[in-house]
Design a protein around this ligand. Structure first.
Ligand SMILES: [Zn+2]
Length: 261
């Protein structure tokens, strides 16, 4: 729904229904994926046509195995994405979610994204399932450091970040293919999914397990479900509200109605 295209009556009705579910909910989980960051200019590196696929196969180069065997290959591939992440700004969807939380709604954002845009927008309760680019960890002495001082020379000059204590290579604390999800984040996400009475999926096509299973866990415990995504997801048939639309338009519309009637 852009400024030019008027929303259909069905879309307006679905937005109203979604807002009503938010008003009634006591605990909310918003599950976000790459689709919520693409309006901020961050490509979904898992999806074909993102540009990152045409050069190389992400599942191979963004894997723990490649990182171990040939870290420079990983760092070369990751460099443009790291640059986009560092320069990206939250969009209207991130901002609206942060507004809902600061207005007092009990809400947890569970995200598959590594860009930190929810926190940049002001969200506090955020569970990052695939890690983040805020910290790096030494592959030799396991020391964890803030990423910020290292990212400039990596993004600009391609300098691979190295540990000041032991010279080991510093790995971004993002979860690569073939790497376990962070256990505590997974436990937090499951707890939130089990306790919520409303889950909203926003900008995720729910194709990456085990996160994709969280809506079923919430539904099985009686939670309501809203799905906002450009493409169908496997849980659409069980959702109370489905908006096959742009999250950066829909979430602010819902938020406006929740907060201002
Ligand atoms: Zn070290």
């Amino acid at each position: 729904m852009s400024q030019a295209a008027r929303p259909t009556l069905a879309t307006v009705a679905a937005i109203e229904d979604a807002a009503e579910l938010f008003r009634q909910a006591k605990r909310i989980v918003v599950l976000t994926g790459a689709g919520i960051s693409s309006p901020s200019g961050i490509p979904d590196f898992r999806s074909e046509g993102s540009g990152l696929w045409s050069r190389t196969e992400p599942m191979e180069v963004a894997s723990l195995l490649t990182f171990r065997i040939s870290p420079e290959r990983f760092f070369n591939w990751f460099r443009p994405l790291a640059g986009q992440i560092c320069n990206a700004k939250p969009n209207a969807a991130h901002t609206a979610l942060a507004e809902l939380e600061s207005a007092g709604l009990k809400m947890t954002v569970v995200t598959q994204n590594i860009d930190g845009l929810h926190q940049k927008a002001g969200s506090v309760q955020v569970v990052e399932m695939h890690g983040s680019l805020r910290t790096l960890s030494c592959t030799q002495c396991f020391k964890q450091v803030e990423a910020e001082p290292y990212l400039g020379s990596y993004i600009e000059d391609g300098k691979i970040p190295q540990c000041l204590s032991c010279n080991g290579i510093l790995k971004p604390d993002v979860i690569l293919f073939g790497e376990q999800l962070p256990h505590s984040a997974w436990l937090d996400a499951q707890r939130a999914a089990h306790q919520c009475d409303l889950m909203m999926v926003a900008g995720s096509s729910l194709e990456v397990l085990p996160v994709a299973g969280l809506p079923m866990q919430a539904l099985d415990r009686g939670a309501h479900l809203i799905v906002i995504n450009n493409t169908p997801t496997y849980v659409n048939v069980r959702a109370d509200v489905v908006l096959m639309d742009d999250v950066a338009s829909m979430i602010p519309e819902i938020t406006k109605r929740v907060l201002y009637g």
